[in-house]
Design a protein around this ligand. Structure first.
Ligand code: TMP
Length: 207
């Protein structure tokens, strides 16, 4: 991407265990290589209030609609106090998960009505959408094997492979609906192979 292109919003998505977080630092460095400010943030989270909501959503028992309302509440605060001001001053915002995760996890994973999620999306974001979404795609059983070797599971990571299969289908549906925004990255193989594919995807998009 040319040095003078600023004020862009990039999100990174994938089921738990797909390995996206491993690559965030390298992607952030790449996006900022011409001197642009890069704001690396995450959802749920990214502000003190939204990080408090994250703790609840990841660790307290609740029903699916409560989960959806809480992630959108956190998103509202995150947009208002972090993402929109950063974009307005010309920064590149790199966000680890955003609304595609809500459609995938709460919608496809938990069965929350898509129309309700769309209404919340409109209310919370107005027309704000990412400029680019990197979707690290891995079959649910491979992701489960990777998660088994990882840290103590939260409420989502403790779900079984059928849940993550549905979440993956949710991401595929979102990618099909917005092909101009989504780049699917094959997340099988070694971290180095995945990193190369991610950088190829950025290059294809002119970043
Ligand atoms: P992370 O482990 O990638 O930081 O993500 C935290 C968890 O939150 C992950 O399991 C996915 C879940 N999540 C949702 O269920 N809905 C959402 O809208 C977001 C942003 C995350």
């Amino acid at each position: 991407m040319a040095a003078d292109v600023r004020g862009r919003f990039v999100t990174v998505e994938g089921i738990d265990g797909a390995g996206k977080s491993t690559h965030l630092g390298a992607i952030a460095s790449h996006l900022g290589r011409h001197g642009a400010e890069v704001v690396l943030t995450r959802e749920p989270g990214g502000t003190p209030l939204a990080e408090a909501v994250r703790e609840l959503v990841l660790h307290r028992a609740m029903d699916a609609m409560t989960e959806a309302l809480l992630v959108f509440a956190a998103r509202r605060d995150h947009l208002r106090t972090c993402i929109e001001p950063a974009l307005a001053r010309g920064a590149i915002v790199l966000c680890d998960r955003f609304t595609d995760a809500t459609f995938a996890y709460q919608g496809w994973g938990r069965g929350v009505d898509a129309e309700m999620l769309e209404a919340l999306e409109r209310a919370v974001q107005a027309s704000r959408q990412p400029d680019l979404t990197l979707w690290f795609d891995l079959p649910a059983d491979e992701a489960a094997a990777r998660r088994a070797a990882a840290r103590q599971a939260d409420r989502f990571e403790a779900e079984d492979a059928t849940f993550f299969h549905r979440v993956r289908q949710g991401y595929a549906a979102r990618a099909d609906a917005s092909p101009g925004r989504f780049e699917r990255i094959d997340a099988t193989g070694t971290p180095e192979q995945v990193r190369i594919r991610a950088f190829d995807a950025l290059e294809r998009r002119g970043w």
